[in-house]
Design a protein around this ligand. Structure first.
Ligand code: TYD
Length: 140
């Protein structure tokens, strides 16, 4: 779907284990300004429920597994992240929900901007309104 890309990272491995490097503006399309990680999430918890106006992110499940629901008024996709050598790029204007955190999942998030509460759109109705308004204008 648009503004979303699932990516396999180059991974180096030998008898000592595996290593997956990620370089900003190379492996992922943006310079990394912020890193956070979500962990110790109970299996029945669902979180996210927002979209971003400008923020770009890359999600990597560095341990365990987690499902990501991605949604726009036109498309919907569910991606399972369960491999530290894979990442999910999510650009602006995509609604996301994260759920089914399994096996002590640790979800690492790389972000293109510092934390900015004004970049969030929370509530699906508000998101849908914002999206339709934004893309209606662009079509003209
Ligand atoms: P929240 O946005 O609710 O997480 P999720 O999108 O996974 O549901 O964030 C939880 C709390 O963490 C909230 O109080 C805001 C804070 N927070 C920061 O201070 N900095 C950050 O970079 C992020 C992502 C969250």
């Amino acid at each position: 779907m648009k503004n979303v890309e699932f990516k396999k990272f180059n991974t180096y491995y030998d008898k000592y284990g595996k290593l997956s490097p990620i370089e900003g503006e190379d492996t992922i399309p943006f310079a990394i300004k912020r890193v956070y990680y979500i962990y110790e999430v109970e299996e029945n918890v669902r979180r996210g429920f927002h979209s971003h106006k400008n923020l770009e992110q890359a999600l990597i499940c560095v341990h365990g597994s987690v499902k990501i629901l991605l949604k726009t008024p036109e498309e919907e996709q569910i991606i399972t992240l369960d491999n530290p050598s894979e990442g999910l790029y999510i650009g602006p204007d995509i609604w996301r929900e994260m759920y089914d955190f399994q096996d002590s999942a640790v979800l690492l998030v790389l972000a293109s901007e510092h934390y900015n509460i004004d970049d969030y759109i929370r509530g699906y109705d508000e998101y849908e309104k914002y999206y339709k308004e934004k893309f209606k204008k662009k079509e003209k």
